[in-house]
Design a protein. Structure first.
Length: 187
């Protein structure tokens, strides 16, 4: 967990071209949107950490401008699974597929994507077709991934960051501990 916090302490100021928020601001906003929606602690944490793969890979600049998909969703899910389990890692793994699904099933959705999300959409396979949509809907964490994706798109407001950096990271640490504790109790 300390490694995850360190990633946000060291790389939280990263901004991609076409985005108006830092990685930390975006993570915090997504987590807060999940919290305000009464999402489970695991889904709140997935929302906080859904882009941790970007920080883990630590590529310079904006990968999409170079035509590069950093597969951050897969990397993030691999990092999160052993610590937090499927309820956190699966929505993270599926949030890019959720974007492709929403673009493929909701006509207006693509027009609401940020410039970087539009660039990455093509690198990630473009809109899903009907067969892909049906397969995606059968995924056990489909609904959570779609919710996370919506919060992901909404969590890019440059003026919305209510906490200090320290308070935000403290909140993240408390949430991580809560999810780990709940997971231990279930086992």
């Amino acid at each position: 967990m300390n490694t995850l916090l360190a990633l946000y302490e060291q790389g939280g100021d990263l901004v991609y071209a076409g985005e108006s928020v830092t990685q930390l601001m975006h993570a915090w906003q997504c987590g807060r949107l999940a919290e305000k929606s009464d999402a489970s602690a695991a889904l709140q944490l997935a929302s906080w950490l859904h882009d941790v793969g970007h920080l883990w890979v630590n590529l310079e600049g904006t990968p999409t401008l170079r035509g590069q998909d950093d597969v951050h969703e897969s990397i993030g899910a691999q990092v999160l699974l052993p610590v937090f389990g499927l309820a956190v890692s699966e929505p993270v793994r599926l949030h890019v597929q959720a974007k492709r699904y929403l673009v493929g099933t909701r006509e207006i959705y693509a027009s609401k994507l940020s410039p970087d999300s539009v660039r990455s959409l093509q690198l990630q396979g473009g809109p899903m077709g009907p067969q892909e949509c049906a397969a995606f809907e059968a995924e056990p964490f489909f609904a959570d991934a779609v919710k996370l994706r919506v919060w992901d798109d909404l969590g890019k407001k440059s003026a919305w960051f209510e906490d200090t950096r320290h308070d935000a990271l403290d909140h993240l640490m408390q949430l991580m501990h809560r999810v780990v504790q709940a997971r231990v109790i279930q086992i």
